[in-house]
Design a protein around this ligand. Structure first.
Ligand code: ADP
Ligand code: MG
Length: 304
């Protein structure tokens, strides 16, 4: 899905069979991959997203290591089908397991890319054993898709499981429509009572929703932070948020939030954690204090 977003897709459709044990397929309407690069896209450390070393300092794309497709294709039967808009014919690359004998052949496909992953871990039974039940695995997939849905309101996302449409997040780029998607994901209860924040300071912006003082624990933990569009579990940010809740007028309030921090990409290092869930801020004190201040103010104002 991150690849689809990097490719500029506005529609993404995910089809899961048996919790992903049988099949995981993703189709997008992004820029596509030219025939000559299909095989390359499956090879390790091949990425089209960094062309110069200097790019590492200002990464704007979600991917950049060129590992995802290579890793998945080495443990599954993978088909990559794609058609860039200016290429007449779609082409398809099929790879099975580690030997990486990639077969490229013509195919039928609209503009965009499909990745079809079948029989995950068929050649690594030890790993296959670690797959949870279909229900649990599907819940993980659903969660990942929610996180992405909350980061890209402008993209429509459809999730099917065993042939049935289970989630349909329509593209909702307008501010008022965003609320609809948040409601769909979080439930009306959180969304109706949530405080909305939107503040800027020194090149940083923080916007999103948070639980109001006095709101008790929700059914599930709704704690999402996005830094420049990427979902994060960051200690510094979590600390600032916790401090605002616990130190302020709202002790005992369960902190629930969806927050979006935007700042100059050169101010953040995303190359810290392999899953890219951690960042390092060049001016961490400034970021911490900004978040703390915005949230404290929102909580205090709502109380006044
Ligand atoms: P990375 O995202 O780190 O570059 P991946 O292994 O995820 O590495 O993908 C390898 C390359 O394949 C990408 O750099 C991109 O050029 C191409 N690619 C993968 N998925 C898509 C897609 N859905 N649309 C267009 N290009 C894609
Ligand atoms: Mg990628």
């Amino acid at each position: 899905m991150e690849n689809s977003l990097d490719a500029g897709a506005t529609q993404i459709e995910i089809e899961i069979e048996r919790g992903g044990h049988k099949r995981i397929a993703i189709r997008d309407n992004g820029c596509g991959i030219v025939k000559e690069e299909l095989e390359l896209a499956l090879s390790r450390h091949a990425t089209s997203k960094i062309s110069e070393l200097a790019d590492l300092e200002s990464i704007a794309s979600l991917g950049f290591r060129g590992e995802a497709l290579a890793s998945i294709s080495s443990v599954s039967r993978l088909t990559l089908t794609s058609k860039p808009a200016d290429q007449e014919q779609a082409w398809q690359a099929c790879a099975e397991g580690r030997d990486m004998q990639v077969v490229v052949q013509p195919a039928a496909h609209p503009n965009g890319t499909s990745i079809d992953v079948v029989d995950l871990f068929f050649n690594t039974p030890a790993r296959r054993k670690f797959l949870r039940t279909e229900k649990t695995e599907f819940a993980h997939i659903d969660e990942v898709i929610k996180r992405i849905a909350l980061s890209r309101f402008d993209v429509s996302i459809v999730l099917k499981h065993n042939g049935k449409v289970l989630r349909k997040y329509a593209a909702s780029p307008k501010e008022s429509q965003k609320q609809t998607r948040v409601n769909a994901i979080y439930g009306n209860q959180f969304a109706q009572q949530a405080l909305q924040v939107n503040s800027q300071y020194d090149g940083m912006q923080l916007h999103g929703w948070l639980s109001a003082p006095g709101v008790g624990r929700a059914q599930n933990d709704l704690q999402y932070v996005y830094v420049n569009g990427r979902m994060m579990r960051d200690k510094l940010i979590n600390h600032a948020i916790r401090q605002a809740y616990e130190g302020g007028i709202a002790p005992g309030t369960h902190a629930a939030f969806v927050l979006y921090l935007t700042l100059d990409p050169e101010q953040v290092d995303v190359n810290v954690h392999p899953a890219k869930h951690e960042v390092r801020f060049h001016q961490s004190r400034l970021v911490h204090d900004f978040i703390y201040r915005v949230i404290s103010q929102a909580l205090n104002q709502s109380f006044a």
